[in-house]
Design a protein around this ligand. Structure first.
Ligand SMILES: CC(C)(COP(=O)(O)OP(=O)(O)OC[C@H]1O[C@@H](n2cnc3c(N)ncnc32)[C@H](O)[C@@H]1OP(=O)(O)O)[C@@H](O)C(=O)NCCC(=O)NCCS
Length: 178
């Protein structure tokens, strides 16, 4: 069974509403540039750094970039990957949702939800748990994670390599075993 068909089966069991996306799929290298253009709209990091990160997501087997497209337009992406925290980090090792962005004009239409469910389906073939973190002030992210069945494991300093210090982070997990 192709991964896309697996996603469809997973979504049928868990998606509470249809998404407007024509397609949510694992990205190819062609998707990197439009994803970079989207990444820089929500980040202070520069385009080159995003290009390298997103290209690694596409190329490395322990990572994946999922993209949502409507017609020929990339309207959102989710990043996922297996993270091995360093000795100073307190977050558990495992597969994480490492990024999620939906273009501003496409929000509140189910695109973020469709991307996270695609990430769940991708990781479900590799692990039993998908971990994620968000800033507790990010209400959109908090509500989205709660709506999709992620449960809070820890609040505070998550000790995850990519997290800036000084924010209040929430560590959540979703069990994937069906
Ligand atoms: C967070 C984000 C990805 C959500 O994407 P989205 O496509 O708008 O999400 P969806 O339409 O699939 O929303 C699914 C659910 O999430 C919650 N949600 C999404 N946006 C919300 C908001 N602004 N306020 C409150 N709840 C929100 C709701 O429960 C929503 O269901 P509902 O619309 O039926 O109420 C998007 O707002 C975004 O790109 N934000 C900037 C980047 C970011 O913060 N990423 C997350 C980092 S962890």
């Amino acid at each position: 069974m192709s991964e896309r068909r697996e996603y469809a089966a997973f979504a049928t069991r868990t998606t509470p509403r249809p998404s407007p996306c024509a397609e949510v799929r694992v990205a190819a290298l062609d998707d990197v540039e439009p994803a970079v253009a989207l990444a820089v709209t929500v980040s202070t990091a520069g385009a080159q750094g995003w290009r390298e990160r997103l290209q690694r997501d596409v190329e490395q087997p322990d990572r994946a970039l999922l993209v949502a497209r409507v017609d020929d337009l990339l309207v959102g992406y989710a990043r996922t990957g297996h993270v091995v925290p360093g000795p100073e980090d307190t977050a558990p090792e495992g597969w994480y949702l490492t990024g999620l962005v939906v273009a501003a004009q496409w929000r509140r239409q189910g695109v973020g939800e469709a991307l996270v469910l695609a990430a769940c389906a991708h990781v479900a073939m590799r692990a039993d748990v998908l971990w994620s973190t968000y800033d507790e002030e990010n209400l959109a992210s908090a509500h989205l994670h709660a709506a999709l069945g992620f449960r809070v494991v820890w609040r505070g300093d998550v000790g995850f390599p990519a997290q800036p210090l000084g924010s209040r982070w929430v560590l959540v997990q979703r069990l994937l075993a069906q």
